[in-house]
Write a protein that binds this ligand. Structure first.
Ligand code: FMN
Length: 200
């Protein structure tokens, strides 16, 4: 009888405790991304950037918080002008400011960092973000969109820039696919996340 009562009590405890665990299991993941809407290569004029679409899929699958790096000084909506702006930022090693800040940075142990490839590089505003916070002990996972360069050398660049973090293998998706094929993008993201063996 004692055994039965203790079994029942354990079962009751598990039933009440499990949903709490389930909620808390995701409280430690953050998706941060930069993405540019407006005119872009291969997709015309878009309302939401390609990387934004990919980032939202990752956040949904990870049940993560999400933070967009919105530039204080907006980029042009004209593709050719953005090309020039990016060239100038890279030439001067600029650190463009972004709006707002991340609350409760310390609560996150896993941070996804997303961006488009710009002239083979990570856009400078992402470096502004990486300069802003302490990444000691964090797990960082890059993701990006592109139109042919894949990850370029961004995986290595992030590892080099954040030596205090553990940087896991990122995912690159074509911008036009992220923009126009949510189903395929979600499949790619899910396969990749499963391969990382994260505690989703
Ligand atoms: C300034 C600029 C430079 C780019 N340079 C590259 C590049 O070097 N390699 C590449 O594959 N795509 C390049 N692209 C294309 C973008 O990486 C691609 O369209 C991406 O999906 C845009 O993402 P977003 O909509 O989130 O900003 C460039 C786009 C811009 C605006």
């Amino acid at each position: 009888m004692k055994k039965l009562i203790s079994l029942l009590l354990t079962a009751m405890l598990l039933c009440t405790a499990l949903p709490v665990f389930a909620e808390e299991a995701h409280a430690h993941v953050l998706v941060v991304y930069f993405s540019h809407a407006g005119e872009n290569y291969n997709v015309g004029v878009i309302e939401e950037g390609n990387t934004a679409k990919m980032g939202k899929i990752i956040a949904e699958q990870m049940n993560a918080d999400i933070f967009e790096l919105v530039p204080v000084v907006p980029y042009s909506n004209v593709y050719d002008e953005v090309l020039d702006q990016a060239t100038e930022e890279q030439r001067t090693n600029a650190r463009p400011e972004y709006e707002g800040e991340i609350e409760n940075w310390d609560q996150y142990d896993t941070v996804f960092i997303g961006f488009p490839i710009w002239w083979g590089e990570i856009p400078n505003i992402v470096y502004t973000f990486m300069d802003s916070y302490d990444f000691t002990g964090k797990t960082v996972i890059p993701f990006n969109t592109h139109e042919g360069s894949g990850q370029a050398h961004s995986q290595r660049d992030i590892s080099d820039y954040l030596p205090a973090a553990t940087v896991l293998k990122g995912l690159a998706i074509r911008g036009s696919k992220a923009q126009n094929d949510a189903e395929e993008t979600a499949k790619n993201v899910s396969n990749w996340l499963n391969g990382l063996n994260l505690n989703k």
